[in-house]
Write a protein that binds this ligand. Structure first.
Ligand code: ADP
Ligand code: MG
Length: 393
């Protein structure tokens, strides 16, 4: 993959797709600016090289119309502070006024377009909208890993209408790490999967069955697998329509000699509630009136031992309802086990990444992905639409 280092940038107008989809509070104040910070190496490099930078991002889901709450105004302000220079916020994404702003840009200046999703053409990957984005643009740089799994106009379409299309430094780093897990990962390769639903993770599990030596299952998805084995799981979350599929995945694991682990004990309660009474039970089956809400200490011990021997670890999905203190221990302990291993460790997924930060171990993980859906899709498909289009160029 080419990066801005392969381009002669001086005086060139560069369209920089970033992921500034930051969380905002009720007053439209930024709650966490880490996504803006993650794009700084690329932005600063482009500006130092005297490019004219036209940055663009989506924010939330305004669904193709202008909604003031989804304006990038607070982002433009924060970005200005972070790069210590003024960032001009365009009044829109396309149109005459924006075009003039693009043309007037000076070397080393940055313009931020308004929310890309104020226009329906963005998510529709509409080719005339993509051409408007590309107007007056020489080069395209994609640094929005978090959006690289979307075939949208600013991610895919635009690349066809510029002279060169390359990856920003954040995208490059994400692809470097995730590729290591996908192409000849050092063995043993241990995948840890949890979270709420099997259905979200089917393509990931299917790919991991071809790659991993061991798959450790936690979270609610464990109960669909138990059900598939014919066990009762009480009131635990089960996807009834995925039981058959879970059975097939279990069969495939056996046929492909992948060690497929399900939890051997559980933290259970009558309700997913901080005040409900908690018990530890061995399993399966689970008592009919209770639901499994975390993996138990015995499972933590078993999984931690397997994790300690791994050379590659991919983790997606919390082991339990980690948002509630009494169901968070399994996830916190597994985070610690991953952090203390010497393996190449990669964590992807919105809630999984939040769990790693909650456990305070993010520094000890080789790579904490900035893209939830994108990292999962990369593990499943080994590429992403936004990456494909860069190599085609
Ligand atoms: P990620 O965002 O990392 O991909 P998911 O969104 O798939 O992860 O799953 C996270 C959610 O799964 C959390 O909100 C957590 O509360 C929930 N969860 C984990 N274990 C259970 C369980 N046993 N029962 C119900 N929900 C669970
Ligand atoms: Mg999630």
């Amino acid at each position: 993959m080419l990066t801005p280092k392969d381009l002669d940038l001086k005086g060139k107008r560069v369209f920089l797709r970033v992921d500034f989809n930051v969380p905002l509070d009720e007053e439209c104040k930024i709650r966490d600016d880490s996504r803006i910070k993650a794009a700084l190496p690329t932005i600063n490099y482009l500006l130092e090289q005297k490019a004219k930078v036209v940055a663009a991002s989506h924010l939330g889901r305004p669904k193709g119309e202008y909604i003031p709450e989804f304006s990038l105004k607070p982002v433009a302000k924060r970005l200005s502070e972070l790069i210590s220079q003024e960032v001009i916020l365009a009044p829109d994404v396309v149109g005459e006024e924006v075009l003039s702003l693009k043309k007037e840009l000076k070397e080393g200046q940055a313009l931020l377009l308004e929310n890309l999703r104020f226009h329906k053409g963005e998510t529709a990957n509409d080719s005339s909208f993509a051409q408007l984005l590309a107007k007056e643009i020489d080069y395209y740089v994609n640094d929005a890993f978090g959006a690289a799994h979307r075939s949208h106009a600013s991610v895919v379409g635009i690349a066809h209408y510029v002279e060169k299309a390359v990856a920003g430094f954040l995208l490059e780093k994400e692809v470097d790490y995730l590729s290591k897990a996908v192409h000849s990962p050092p063995k043993p390769y241990v995948a840890i999967l949890g979270g709420a639903k099997v259905s979200d993770k089917i393509p990931v599990i299917e790919n991991l069955l071809n790659k991993a030596d061991s798959i450790l299952i936690g979270g609610a998805m464990a109960y669909t697998f138990f059900k598939a084995q014919g066990f009762e799981v009480g009131r635990s979350l089960v996807e009834e329509d995925k039981i058959e599929l879970a059975r097939k995945l279990l069969d495939r694991a056996q046929a492909q000699k992948v060690n497929f682990y399900l939890p051997s004990d559980h933290i259970v309660a009558a309700e997913k509630d901080p005040n409900s009474e908690v018990k530890t039970v061995n399993s399966p089956p689970l008592p009919p009136d209770l639901m499994g809400l975390d993996i138990g200490p015995k499972t933590v011990g078993q999984y931690s031992e397997i994790i300690s021997e791994a050379k590659t670890i991919f983790w997606n999905g919390p082991m339990g309802v980690f948002e509630i203190e009494q169901f968070s221990q399994g996830t916190m302990k597994i985070a610690e086990a991953v952090a203390s291993s010497r393996a190449l460790s990669i964590v992807g997924g919105g809630d999984s990444v939040a769990a790693v930060y909650k456990a305070g171990v993010s520094e000890k993980i080789s790579h904490v992905s900035t893209g939830g859906g994108a990292s999962l899709e990369f593990i499943a498909n080994e590429t992403l639409p936004g990456i494909e289009v860069l190599s085609e160029k």
